[in-house]
Design a protein around this ligand. Structure first.
Ligand SMILES: *Cc1c(COP(=O)(O)O)cnc(C)c1O
Length: 382
């Protein structure tokens, strides 16, 4: 049998491993010159003189960005009802309230036509997610934000290397947060970054990511606020430097693999395919919808059957208002029917740069075989 194909896998090459070994031998392994070099490389990659500050995760980055944007107790932030839970958790963690808005079925992005109705006098910010690397309509989003005087904290965890109308995500807009978790388009093992145009906000990020420390004029340590401990290590930054060099190649390969999936799966009535986007789509994931209930089966059973065929299948993501914590806060998943449907029906097919075209064919063959298999009759006892 062919080796198991996971739904994602990072590409770390021998040069990168050798470079990490050099950092380990250097004696300088916590935040130092490699962090500064990585930040400079990210800033150059994104362009438009954006200041980029790195930290230990996008989750920390989102929380710091909300705080820098002045979001706190009593405020509301608009969040898509389908995303990774961190998008909403960070809002709760700064003491604010996530106000969910439904998503669009094809792009799986925030439905911008529903945002205005969700804005109240307490709304401080909008947090769009560029789902699977497909940018939201930035002109429309920033139009609403400007008109209503709102900050935008972009959850760009899926979108490093994505472009909207030829402009890189992070090269414009307000506070833009990337993730370098191993599942994302590039990795530092764990890590994240915030891009901003504002020098004062870049300093505010530095202070918040490291104990609230700011040196005074005499060079002595002072603490301005109870900051986080979220500085990236030089070891992680070195991995990021190598990954960033390879990012455009990774994303080009992701686009080719996504195109192969569309060729193989177009016209399959048992699936709802994602929006195709344009060349600015970085294809962090390829997700399809399957109506498991109508097929008399469940998603876990499907995942198990696909695993038996050697194929890893992910789930990204359940509807956030349907999660226990958010239900307990009074949110109702049925108020966001598109997110609820996607949350029930979505599966993530394998997609990572080291995959071959034959791997895509193998996934689609297993998928078709599984979808045409008649569901087993339930035993009388069950
Ligand atoms: C991965 C992810 C995050 C969190 O990223 P970390 O770096 O793991 O903290 C946030 N939002 C979305 C949409 C993600 O996919």
């Amino acid at each position: 049998m062919k080796p198991f194909l996971p739904f994602t896998r990072p590409s770390i090459d021998a040069d990168s491993i050798a470079a990490v070994a050099d950092v380990l031998r250097s004696g300088q392994i916590a935040s130092g010159p490699k962090v500064l070099a990585f930040e400079a490389a990210l800033s150059a990659y994104i362009g438009s003189q954006r200041r980029v500050r790195v930290m230990t995760s996008a989750t920390e980055g989102l929380e710091i960005a909300l705080d820098v944007a002045g979001v706190g107790e009593g405020d509301e932030v608009i969040v898509p009802a389908m995303s990774f839970a961190a998008s909403a958790n960070v809002v709760a963690r700064v003491g604010a309230k996530p106000v969910f808005v439904d998503i669009e079925l094809d792009t799986r992005n925030l439905d911008l036509s529903r945002v205005e109705a969700a804005i109240t006098p307490r709304t401080r910010a909008i947090m769009p997610v560029h789902f699977s690397g497909l940018p939201v309509d930035m002109d429309r989003l920033y139009g609403i934000a400007a008109q209503r005087g709102l900050r935008v904290v972009e959850d760009a965890a899926h979108a490093i290397g994505s472009r909207h109308r030829e402009r890189p995500i992070g090269s414009f807009g307000d506070l833009v947060v990337f993730s370098f978790h191993p599942n994302k388009n590039m990795t530092t093992i764990e890590g994240g970054a915030i891009a901003t145009a504002d020098a004062g906000e870049a300093e505010a990020i530095e202070i918040r990511r490291f104990h609230g420390i700011k040196r005074n004029a005499a060079g002595e340590v002072d603490v301005l606020l109870p900051g986080a401990k979220a500085n990236l290590s030089d070891v992680a930054a070195q991995i990021g430097i190598d990954q960033l060099r390879r990012l455009d190649g990774f994303n080009a390969r992701r686009r080719q693999l996504a195109a192969r999936y569309f060729e193989e799966l177009a016209g399959d009535a048992s699936l709802v395919l994602p929006a195709r986007g344009d060349t600015g789509h970085s294809w962090h994931m390829f997700t399809v919808l399957i109506d498991f209930a109508a097929r008399g089966t469940t998603r876990p059973a499907f995942q198990k059957a696909m695993a038996e065929r050697g194929i890893g299948i992910g789930v990204h993501y359940p509807s956030i208002p349907g999660l226990a914590y958010y239900r307990a806060q009074g949110h109702r998943p049925e108020d966001f029917p598109v997110a609820a449907r996607v949350g029930r029906e979505t599966v993530t097919l394998p997609l990572f740069p080291a995959m071959s075209d034959a791997d895509v064919a193998r996934v689609c063959e297993a998928l078709r075989a599984q979808l045409t298999e008649r569901p087993r009759l339930k035993s009388a006892a069950s």
